[in-house]
Design a protein around this ligand. Structure first.
Ligand code: MSP
Length: 628
């Protein structure tokens, strides 16, 4: 049994997870599950990048201590990975003590190799990217190429890593190991960067407090990228658990997005060389996603709502879509229409129907998995195709050609549907003389579905198990790829499960509720939004305002004080049902007199013709907590 160590980038906790993070992480999950089925001892790592100037600033903007802020966002990442069925073996956080010790040890190793020196640095720095840019990489207004936000001029005395010294060794390594950087276009990009020459890089910051102290000079912190890259070794015990470290290092695959290629393919390998450690075997940089042709951006509202997609369609269609629709190394454009088309065609029609028809026929004519006692036309072709499909799709998965692997599997799904069409088992089952032939055909379809359940498991684990339950197996993955080496392992006589549709068709008319997009001039910025002081407000008292049937007078606790508020919600709420609830108050609204009563704020509510619904915080939270 081999080992396989696969990693994702660790994500900045400057904001909750978005589709870009999910894309890499879902891909890594498919690889991890695939290698486990292939029999490897897999270590699958993901986590969060929590230090540096950017996080320091954002925590301050939120009015939170850094660690508390990081804990909150790291929890969001964990929740999202749970929702997407990510099977990571470990979740690393760069604020973990163990990680921080490893970073210091790594720094020392490089220092002792004579590759760290003190020098001055001046340059343009993007806090969001946490990196310096050359002037010619910026636009005319000095904005960074990734975020389009202004860079800052930084002038400091820092520690430097002698990166330039490693240029020749790196070039040689990349030339001798054609698979080291993939895809080919990215490899060429790195080669040409190396050919241009390398400059030494600053690896510490004197002005940033939120980081790992430089072991030889605690007045500085280690540059967040050096800190972050170390996660790949600290998570498996570098400097702490030699046995585990030796078992898994070097990584077999670092999966990253194309914008962080230089750090992974130049800085990281050079540092590893300096520290005397082996290099990762493969670095694969995937493309970027856009939506409807435009860059994803929270500020413009052009986002892909993963939570919403999963809640609406289920986790597996989401995993399927993103890996099927795009070629992993290239950029891809998401549209709601493409999602629905794929869902209906590939999932509802092809796979859903195959299972439905097979199970329907099997249960109608046989009460358990029938015996394959009468071979006939097409059977050998189906058997050979099943075995070949597995071989091909596994090989494509090893190359990270997820879309091609799925296409190969779907050719087989469609072939089985055609097989049913060609052989018409419903007709054969109706006559005594051909009933055993019908049983054989249905057996082949069920066995084909067993193959499919194993082959799609890395992509759609839930669906795979649902299929297995229906075709008479247990609802767990108790096989690996070795069970796909031969045909006919499904035992005749197994009781069939309940037929349940896997993917209800999406009706197209209702499928794309277009969110009403505000006009450009009506948009507000995050700064505008932040002007609102929204607070959790616990209702202490409530009563009707005399002489009106619309108004309630509430007394609410907002932590620091009590406020009296008049709210037009009496037709939908009785005073009794509101007492004790925690609502949301706009706390910095100028007081106003309503029916002669002063109202010191406004309660948030949604209003329709039928009545209104107030925003109630759905779990206990201290009065006065900021809502954003
Ligand atoms: N913290 C660094 C990585 C350190 S790794 C030692 C970082 N974090 S990040 O939060 O910005 O996440 C970067 C990753 O998010 C990219 O590498 C990529 O995997 C993913 N994506 C972010 N936006 C994306 C798209 N629009 N499309 C696809 N993936 C993108 O950089």
């Amino acid at each position: 049994m081999g080992k396989f160590y696969v990693t994702t980038p660790i994500y900045y906790v400057n904001a909750p997870p978005h589709i870009g993070h999910a894309y890499t992480t879902m891909a890594a999950d498919v690889v991890a599950r695939h290698r486990r089925l292939a029999g490897d001892d897999v270590f699958f790592l993901t986590g969060t990048d929590e230090h540096g100037q950017n996080i320091e600033r954002i925590a301050k903007e939120h009015g939170m201590p850094e660690q508390k802020y990081c804990d909150m966002i790291a929890a969001e990442f964990k929740r999202m990975w749970g929702k997407l069925n990510i099977s990571n073996d470990y979740f690393i956080r760069t604020t973990d003590e163990r990680h921080m010790r490893a970073v210091q040890k790594f720094f020392r190793a490089i220092y002792e190799a004579g590759d760290i020196y003190k020098g001055h640095y001046e340059g343009w720095y993007c806090v969001r990217c946490e990196r310096f840019y050359d002037e010619d990489e910026l636009d005319e207004d000095k904005n960074c190429p990734i975020h389009g936000l202004p860079v800052e001029w930084v002038k400091e005395e820092n520690y430097f890593f002698a990166l330039s010294k490693y240029r020749d060794r790196l070039l040689k390594h990349i030339e001798e190991n054609p698979d080291f950087i993939q895809p080919e276009s990215r490899r060429n990009e790195v080669l040409s960067l190396l050919e241009e020459g390398l400059e030494d890089v600053s690896i510490s910051r004197s002005t940033v407090k939120w980081g790992v102290p430089v072991p030889i000079d605690p007045s500085q912190t280690i540059y967040v990228w050096m800190d972050a890259l170390c996660n790949y070794i600290s998570a498996i015990g570098y400097g702490d658990d030699e046995e585990t470290f030796k078992r898994y290092w070097p990584a077999d695959l670092h999966l990253i997005g194309k914008e962080i290629l230089r750090f992974h393919a130049i800085m990281w390998p050079a540092m590893l060389m300096s520290a005397g450690l082996p290099l990762p075997r493969r670095i694969f940089a995937h493309g970027w996603l856009t939506k409807e042709g435009k860059k994803l951006s929270k500020t413009t509202g052009n986002i892909i709502d993963i939570d919403g997609l999963v809640e609406r369609f289920g986790v597996d269609p989401v995993r399927y879509f993103f890996l099927r629709e795009f070629s992993f190394g290239k950029d891809g454009d998401y549209t709601d229409q493409a999602f629905i088309t794929r869902y209906n065609a590939d999932l509802a029609n092809d796979l859903g129907n195959l299972l439905n028809r097979t199970l329907g026929l099997a249960r109608k004519h046989f009460d358990s998995v029938p015996h394959p006692s009468r071979p006939g036309e097409h059977d050998d072709e189906i058997r050979d195709m099943a075995i070949e499909t597995h071989r091909l799709s596994a090989e494509k998965l090893d190359r990270l050609a997820f879309d091609e692997a799925l296409e190969t599997i779907w050719n087989f799904v469609r072939r089985l549907n055609k097989y049913i069409q060609q052989t018409e088992p419903w007709r054969l089952a109706a006559e005594e003389g051909t009933r055993d032939r019908a049983g054989t055909i249905i057996y082949n379809c069920l066995e084909g579905l067993r193959f499919i359940s194993v082959m799609i498991y890395p992509f759609m684990p839930e669906t795979s198990l649902k299929i297995r339950e229906q075709i008479g197996l247990r609802g767990e993955m108790d096989e690996d790829y070795s069970s796909l080496e031969s045909w006919g392992r499904l035992k005749p006589g197994l009781p069939l499960g309940e037929p349940k549709p896997l993917f209800p068709r999406i009706k197209v008319e209702r499928a794309t509720p277009q969110p009403t997009k505000p006009k450009e001039e009506a948009m507000i910025t995050i700064e505008d939004f932040r002007k609102l002081d929204l607070r959790a407000a616990k209702v202490l008292e409530a009563e009707r305002v005399e002489g009106t049937d619309r108004l309630l007078k509430l007394v609410v606790d907002i932590g620091t004080e009590r406020r009296q508020v008049v709210a037009g919600i009496a037709q939908s709420y009785s005073p009794e049902e509101l007492v004790g609830k925690t609502l949301v108050l706009v706390a910095n609204l100028k007081p106003a007199k309503i029916r002669g009563i002063e109202s010191q704020g406004m309660i948030l509510a949604a209003e329709s013709k039928e009545g209104c619904a107030v925003v109630i915080l759905d779990r206990d939270i201290p009065p006065g907590t900021r809502v954003r």
